[in-house]
Design a protein around this ligand. Structure first.
Ligand SMILES: [Fe+2]
Length: 158
């Protein structure tokens, strides 16, 4: 994969939940209400956001991508990483990759950004990327080794 494409995947992963930052920055108390609702009702945070705000962090993320003039896969990954079953755009591979990466990070308890309800992506997502949950599980050891290297490099604690 060309380096530019790799950078787009990296940026998509880094920014996919940018809408949460904007919502929390504007409505912090209500955002905590959404997080609490998600945890109490065991629903995904984006659904709790819709219930509390009538929009979710993907909607806000899309507004931000427009403001920042981001296009293509990065824009679609930010705006559709939880809507993979209805997404029909041309950047399915990037949107689905961000969805799976989000799932893996929650599954492995690497991080959750306020969302604790683990929702397995649909088979369509795994099939499109040509990967299975079993293959992801088998890659765990290598993944943890990479995370540990990053921790050492960044001098972060567990
Ligand atoms: Fe998200």
């Amino acid at each position: 994969m060309p380096i530019r494409r790799r950078e787009e995947y990296f940026i998509s992963g880094l920014l996919h939940d940018v809408g949460k930052v904007a919502i929390a920055g504007c409505f912090l108390d209500k955002y905590f209400e959404a997080i609490e609702k998600a945890n109490n009702e065991e629903i995904p945070l984006f659904e709790a956001e819709k219930s509390v705000f009538n929009f979710d962090h993907q909607n806000v993320g899309l507004l931000i991508t427009n403001h920042w003039r981001l296009e293509g896969g990065i824009k679609d990954a930010i705006g559709h990483h939880h809507d993979t079953d209805s997404y029909e755009g041309e950047y399915k591979t990037m949107v689905y990759a961000v969805c799976i990466a989000d799932y893996i990070s929650m599954y492995l308890k690497i991080g959750n950004a306020g969302n604790t309800e683990l929702i397995k992506p649909s088979d369509k997502v795994f099939e499109h990327l040509g990967i299975s949950l079993e293959e992801i599980a088998a890659a765990n050891e290598g993944l943890y080794a990479e995370i540990e290297k990053a921790r050492v490099f960044l001098n972060l604690s567990h």
